[in-house]
Ligand binder design. Structure first.
Ligand code: ADP
Ligand code: MG
Length: 728
């Protein structure tokens, strides 16, 4: 799901533009781009080539480099006399260069040097170290740290860490041990290169760092100041110092994120004007008649949350969260029908054509025989039909429209849009997201629709406070009655025969089966060949007589839909799929999910796959094939066998794989944290959230003097994405 921070502002023109969350303001002026905002390319030691690598890793400015922290520290002992060195022991030595010689190749020089401390000589060799070329002169004083070897009877070190000492310093100051920061290499930029770049950034930038936090908060939480915290994390005297330094920077990141999210929420709530949509008893009864079942308690509660929102002029911005099959579509349709009953329109956005078609089909079923005028718009809708559809939508002749991003076409204008429902918002690509806006005709004061966002990705609380911090949340935590828990088991390849036997029986009994293969690279010919061979093997050897369909990433859209339709209509018994089957695909007669190489998936992905079955009345099973010998892999799969609770699974996934993996791609719009860890820093997150709420309540424009630095930093971090702060 998208972060509220990643959306750019839209401006009002001839027709009222209704961005996904309304923002209509001049863009926030970029504050003086100081040293910290200096583009990385112009940082000393960085040129165009390095800048490219660094930018790719998210380091775009000198300030970013300051926040590139070591991932560990090397504990160097106090220096030792050369005549006391022991073989095979790591040691620190301080000595003067006696001689140095460069050999080898230009690009891979071998440097031989000898240093001496008066008690003996130490031979040092640097292999493949172009950065050492021309940097060693007789008389230089070096501090080296490495393992002592003695191949020729004389002490020797290979590729030790090295530091040049200032001969004017008092040698007494050299005598203690040291923590040396170790940085992760970035692409071709080795660890020591990163170290030098960071040191340069510290020299040039550290003194210019200002303190953005109000002194009140610094005192209240006893925080070290910012420059000191950054310095400490790069060059701590003791390990004990690093913890408060990191926590200070983590708190700061979380506070700014919570401020941005909170301000955004406040803006949407106070600036947008939505139509009041009432649910009368008559409307309620009419809508309920559409469903051939009673709503579950969780659905009732969500519907009530939504209806309370819809009755306000403050636009609803609500997240509807629920496991696959929990009945979100029904709740969404309820909201849409309230809009229609109030003479407004409803738009439903799905991330893919398959899903849009599926939503439309299921809504169409519920609406059979009703007067609600409904339409489907996808990339495949022919142009002539499309133009007519646009005209109908504009004239208000369509009440409910389901569509893909084709709905975001500039030509789509609504007569009076009441509710927008976005399914799996985080699956929309970045560029599409930027234009995630729907237009309504001008002339109405209540020109902002109510927004309902749906997701089947169970999102742990810490993550939802981060990503969806500006949304109100309704959770459907109860499956419709009669739904079977999907029995899940890990299957080893030695037990495959038994598996095929069971599957044959299932097919004979009229059930359908999904078999999923993970393909890392969809374009990989070899993998595709493997899948095709596999289909033949399944059809001929494993499940003779079964009708097998194959879905893979190379298929054209039409063919994909045909394969899917064949399976849905039970023209095939088995669907072998190399792509992850779309979330939301609904074939109630499918009762078996077989996942090959299950250990290669994240738990949440597996849980979603498993959600494809267990949708009908029949008992369903999920078999996770894995021959992994890893203990953690087996433990993880074990969690799936144990529980069907999507939230518990997501928590585990978050711990193991991090937030990016959990939400699918890097398009999730999560702010990047350098110091904070949203899995572990829950206490800091809550603290930051409370502090941010407090600040916004007292000073929503951040106009107070004590908040000037806070405001400047906020705009430096989020720039034009916070355009709305200046409004009014
Ligand atoms: P989701 O969108 O959350 O994946 P759906 O709304 O598609 O779930 O519902 C999944 C299935 O459950 C559908 O076949 C739907 O008809 C059925 N269903 C939904 N709500 C109920 C209910 N309250 N009682 C019985 N069946 C329901
Ligand atoms: Mg659904």
């Amino acid at each position: 799901m998208e972060s509220p921070l990643s959306r750019s502002a839209t401006s009002a023109s001839t027709s009222t533009q209704l961005s996904e969350r309304p923002t209509a303001a001049p863009s926030f002026p970029r504050p003086d781009a100081g040293v910290l905002d200096r583009p990385i390319q112009y940082v000393r030691g960085v040129g165009p080539v390095r800048a490219k690598l660094l930018t790719k890793a998210g380091i775009e400015t000198l300030g970013d480099l300051l926040m590139y922290f070591p991932f560990r520290y090397e504990d160097q002992p106090p220096p030792q006399r050369i005549d006391t060195l022991l073989m095979d022991q790591p040691a620190t030595v301080i000595g003067a260069v006696e001689r140095a010689r460069v050999g080898g190749y230009i690009k891979k020089p071998v440097i031989n040097a000898v240093i001496s401390d008066g008690t003996g000589d130490l031979k040092i060799t640097w292999f493949n170290a172009p950065h050492m070329r021309d940097r060693l002169e007789r008389g230089h004083i070096l501090r080296v740290f490495g393992k002592v070897e003695a191949p020729e009877g004389i002490g020797q070190m290979t590729n030790p860490r090295v530091q040049w000492l200032d001969p004017d310093d008092d040698p007494k100051t050299w005598q203690h041990g040291k923590l040396i920061p170790v940085y992760r290499a970035i692409d071709k930029l080795a660890s020591h290169v990163m170290q030098r770049l960071v040191d340069t950034a510290l020299e040039d930038g550290l003194a210019r760092l200002s303190e953005p936090l109000p002194s009140r908060l610094i005192k209240a939480h006893a925080l070290p100041n910012r420059a000191k915290a950054i310095r400490t994390l790069h060059h701590p005297e003791t390990l004990d110092e690093t913890s408060p330094a990191r926590r200070r920077l983590a708190y700061e990141e979380l506070l700014f994120m919570q401020l941005a999210v909170g301000l955004r929420k406040r803006f949407v709530k106070t600036e947008g004007q939505a139509p009041k949509l009432h649910r009368t008893d008559a409307i309620d009864q009419r809508i309920r008649k559409r469903f051939p079942f009673k709503l579950t308690g969780a659905q009732e509660k969500s519907v009530n949350d939504i209806c309370a929102d819809l009755a306000q002029t403050r636009p609803m911005t609500r997240l509807l969260q629920g496991d696959v099959g929990s009945g979100k579509t029904v709740v969404a349709l309820y909201a849409g029908l309230v809009a229609v009953a109030n003479k407004t329109q409803c738009a439903i956005l799905a991330p893919t054509e398959v899903l849009a078609a599926q939503h439309f089909a299921s809504m169409d079923r519920y609406l059979e025989g009703s007067k609600v005028r409904r339409a489907l718009l996808t990339g495949k809708t022919p142009k002539t039909e499309r133009d007519k559809l646009f005209a109908d939508v504009r004239a208000g002749r369509v009440d409910l429209i389901v569509g893909t991003h084709a709905l975001l076409n500039d030509k789509v204008t609504f007569q009076r849009l009441g509710v927008v429902i976005v399914d799996e918002q985080h699956k929309f690509g970045v560029s599409q997201r930027a234009s995630l806006k729907l237009k309504s005709q001008n002339g109405s004061k209540t020109n902002t629709p109510h927004y309902l966002v749906m997701t089947a990705t169970p999102i742990p609380r810490t993550l939802s406070m981060t990503v969806f911090g500006d949304l109100d949340v309704s959770v459907i935590d109860e499956l419709p009655p009669g739904r079977q828990r999907v029995h899940t088991a890990v299957v080893r390849s030695q037990d495959e025969q038994a598996l095929w036997l069971e599957l044959r029986e299932r097919i004979t009994a009229g059930d359908q089966i999904y078999i999923v293969y993970p393909l890392v690279e969809e374009s990989d010919e070899l993998d595709l060949k493997a899948a095709t061979t596999e289909v033949a093997r399944i059809a001929n050897d494993c499940l003779p007589g079964a009708r097998v369909g194959l879905m893979h990433g190379r298929l054209r859209k039409n063919d994909k839909q045909r394969v899917m339709a064949d399976f849905a209509a039970h023209r095939t018994d088995v669907l072998v799929s190399t792509t992850v089957i779309e979330v939301g695909v609904d074939v109630p007669n499918a009762t078996v999910m077989v996942v090959q190489h299950a250990e290669r998936y994240g738990l949440s992905a597996l849980h979603q796959l498993r959600g494809r079955v267990g949708r009908g009345a029949k008992a369903s099973v999920c078999y996770l094939l894995s021959d992994s010998k890893g203990e953690t892999a087996m433990q993880r799969l074990g969690i799936l066998c144990e529980t069907n609770d999507g939230f518990r699974i997501a928590e585990e996934d978050l711990k193991i794989r991090g937030p990016g993996e959990l939400l699918g791609t890097r398009q999730h719009g999560l702010p990047e944290f350098r110091a904070a860890n949203i899995v572990e820093d829950v206490d800091l997150l809550i603290q930051a959230r409370n502090d941010a709420a407090d600040i916004i309540r007292k000073d929503p424009r951040l106009a107070a003097k004590e908040h000037a630095a806070l405001r400047a930093e906020l705009s430096r971090r989020f720039r034009e994405r916070l355009a709305f702060i200046d409004v009014g």
